[in-house]
Design a protein around this ligand. Structure first.
Ligand code: SAH
Ligand code: MG
Length: 223
């Protein structure tokens, strides 16, 4: 309740995205596609405008909403590589990119992120900004590759860390399937917040996000 009132209040100060983005948002919400919340969009916009990353990686495209949103606020010469594995989502994302990404700044990669991230590592790819927004139970599995792909000083944003509030519940209050995801997300948050190469903040924005920066200096082995 308090939270809803806060959302209504903050809406007054929110920059409206372009009209076509608003249309995509409406369609995605109607179809039940789990796109970023408004507050998450605010944080992405702020980070993209202030840090000006040029090489962006997104894990979990869905229909391309957040990729197109990010493309609006990234520098002119920047590019986004985005990964998705579900065929129906890929088809819709491709349509959306054809229609709205005339500069071809978004590169859609088909496949399971577990494999795609490994390929990117093998190709020696590097990113200044990574948006993790795929299967919540897999974030931890993706992290080693993500750490290799992220440059020092680069930013990792992870979405849906609160899982609609489930993360707060006792593990017995959630269903068996959710319990596994729930445990894995807690573990992911443990790892992120204790990682010697990362500085991380957890924020109750949208469905919960973390912002991590890969430290400029390599961690000392002894500490
Ligand atoms: N970033 C999008 C929403 C992504 S929803 C937006 O805000 O607009 C999460 C997506 O991740 C789903 O479409 C799901 O199919 C995809 N996904 C889940 N696990 C994946 C995996 N292992 N590899 C690639 N895509 C995955
Ligand atoms: Mg999300």
């Amino acid at each position: 309740m308090e939270r809803e009132r806060m959302e209504v209040f903050l809406e007054l100060f929110r920059e409206e995205p372009p009209v076509y983005i608003q249309g995509l948002e409406r369609d995605a919400r109607q179809q039940g596609v789990p796109i970023i919340r408004r507050g998450t969009g605010d944080v992405l916009r702020f980070l993209l405008r202030t840090r000006r990353p040029e090489r962006i990686l997104e894990v979990g495209t869905a229909v391309g909403y957040s990729a197109l949103f990010m493309a609006e606020y990234m520098p002119e010469n920047a590019g986004i590589t985005t990964v998705e594995k579900v065929a129906s989502r890929l088809a819709e994302a491709r349509r959306n990119f054809e229609r709205h990404d005339s500069g071809k700044r978004i590169c859609l990669v088909e496949g399971d992120a577990a494999e795609v991230l490994q390929d990117l590592v093998e190709q020696g790819c590097q990113y200044d900004f990574i948006f993790m927004d795929a299967a919540k139970g897999q974030y931890l599995n993706f992290l080693p590759a993500v750490m290799t792909l992220l440059v020092r000083g680069g930013i990792l944003v992870s979405d849906n860390i609160m899982q609609e509030g489930d993360i707060l519940q006792s593990r017995y209050a959630v269903t068996r399937r959710d319990r596994t995801i729930h445990a894995r997300m807690r573990e992911y948050l443990e790892v992120l917040t204790h990682h010697r190469e990362l500085e991380t903040i957890c924020l109750p924005i949208g469905d919960g996000i973390t912002i991590s920066m890969k430290r400029q200096e390599a961690a000392n082995e002894e500490t």
